[in-house]
Write a protein that binds this ligand. Structure first.
Ligand code: AMP
Ligand code: MG
Length: 417
């Protein structure tokens, strides 16, 4: 017996049917309509689909049919009762290269976390339209898989959360459209989530840190933040490119696959010497663009790739560690929380642990499956927002590509923290 009333009741199947079988998300389709039109079309159609219980029963003998109907009713009722005791939130992530869906409970249990990542061509960055097409192609399957793994039928979800920014507009619109469609179809509250807050909340959830200085390092962020007066306040950040961009742009210039952080970390372990590179810290801020240019120049003038990777990683992480130390001394926080994709970097982890030790603080690193972008962190943040009484009406759930984390009130944290 499937968890859903029937395959008709599974929104993922509708998305799959409407977007894939009908060719809406076929990238090579001649004269294809835009993804936005396709998804709007889906959104409109999703509302008109009827849920029918076991249509295959039409060909079954009457007695057996009655038995199955009674059984199904009992099953659905018991499922409803079971799902009534907990809150479940489904989160959708599509801000950049990852289309992810996760389901979490209000106790912070992650029931599912399914992702499909767009891979850019070697030597190229994320192409927003192609990444969006990737997302619309995989959306149905990822959604379906996440629901199946969580063992929660969509009608038992308490809320649907979606990352509406910051990020790439075309990519954000895919997640937003799927979320709006599900919210309208199942009449489930919609919660808009800031992607950066998602990285912070999953860090807090998985490490148990209470009131840390947050170091958010990813493809889209290099920021040092602390909670004060009801919001996360930025104490330091990059003045130009992020640390993730530094690694990925360096890799692209020399035709290494991107995202390149793990490969640069691996190459660095094979280095034989340190090469001097520009180290730019201004107050609590860092600047990485000069380091990128100089690293590429050193490589072109004969330095080995391993030595350049080692030196670039050493300098970029030390710069950040210096800015973090200054912010830690200023705020007096006793915890550091390292989160975001670059949090996986062992050299950065070690440097921040040393900084923490110098100030009698502890250093926490977001647990490894949740360093990169994922739907679970959006779901968890959405649930916190829902419990604080927040929700977004469907017509106001527009994407915000430049949504900054310090612009958001966080009513679920203690204001005076
Ligand atoms: P996110 O945007 O949060 O998904 O993070 C992706 C970024 O993390 C990309 O720029 C990757 O190159 C970077 N990244 C992932 N793993 C590592 C690592 N081990 N060391 C450094 N950077 C990493
Ligand atoms: Mg991210």
């Amino acid at each position: 017996m499937p968890r859903f009333a029937s395959s008709e009741g599974n929104p993922a199947n509708h998305i799959y049917r409407h977007l894939t079988h009908r060719g809406y998300c076929t990238t090579k389709r001649a004269g294809s309509t835009s993804i936005r039109e396709n998804l709007q079309h889906f959104s409109a159609e999703a509302r008109s689909v009827k849920i029918t219980i076991s249509p295959s029963l039409n060909h079954t003998p009457a007695a057996l049919r009655q038995f199955v109907v009674v059984f199904e009713t009992f099953f659905l009722l018991s499922a409803k009762l079971r799902f009534a005791v907990s809150l479940y939130c489904l989160g959708i992530e599509s801000t950049a290269h990852t289309f992810g869906v996760g389901v979490v409970t209000d106790e912070g249990k992650i029931l599912s976390d399914v992702r499909d990542i767009y891979e850019s061509a070697v030597g190229a960055g994320i192409h927003p339209r192609e990444a969006a097409e990737h997302h619309s192609e995989v959306a149905a399957q990822v959604l379906s898989q996440a629901l199946k793994e969580s063992d929660i039928p969509p009608s038992s979800l308490t809320a649907i959360a979606v990352a509406l920014g910051p990020g790439l507009g075309p990519c954000l619109r895919v997640g937003a459209t799927v979320a709006r469609s599900m919210s309208a179809y199942y009449r489930i509250p919609l919660i808009s989530v800031n992607h950066a807050i998602g990285h912070i909340e999953i860090g807090l959830l998985t490490t148990g840190a209470k009131d840390p200085l947050v170091v958010l390092v990813s493809g889209g962020h290099t920021a040092i933040a602390a909670f004060s007066g009801g919001r996360w306040r930025i104490f330091g950040e990059t003045e130009d490119i992020t640390i993730g961009n530094l690694y990925d742009m360096f890799a692209r210039e020399i035709d290494l696959p991107s995202p390149a952080g793990p490969e640069i970390e691996r190459l660095a372990t094979k280095a034989s010497k340190f090469i001097s590179l520009p180290y730019v810290v201004k107050g609590n801020d860092v600047s990485y663009s000069g380091l990128l240019t100089a690293s590429l120049a050193r490589l072109r003038s004969g330095a080995t790739l391993e030595d350049v990777c080692f030196s670039m990683q050493e300098v970029s992480c030390s710069m950040l560690a210096e800015a973090v130390e200054r912010s830690l001394a200023y705020t007096g926080k006793k915890e550091i929380l390292l989160t975001g994709g670059v949090a996986a970097n062992k050299v950065l982890q070690t440097k921040l642990e040393e900084v923490a030790k110098l100030h009698d603080a502890t250093c926490h690193v977001v647990h490894s499956p949740y360093t990169g972008d994922n739907g679970a962190q959006i779901a968890w943040t959405g649930l916190l927002a829902f419990n604080a009484g927040l929700h977004t009406s469907i017509d106001r759930a527009q994407v915000k590509p430049k949504w900054r984390l310090e612009d958001i009130d966080i009513p679920w944290r203690n204001r005076s923290a």
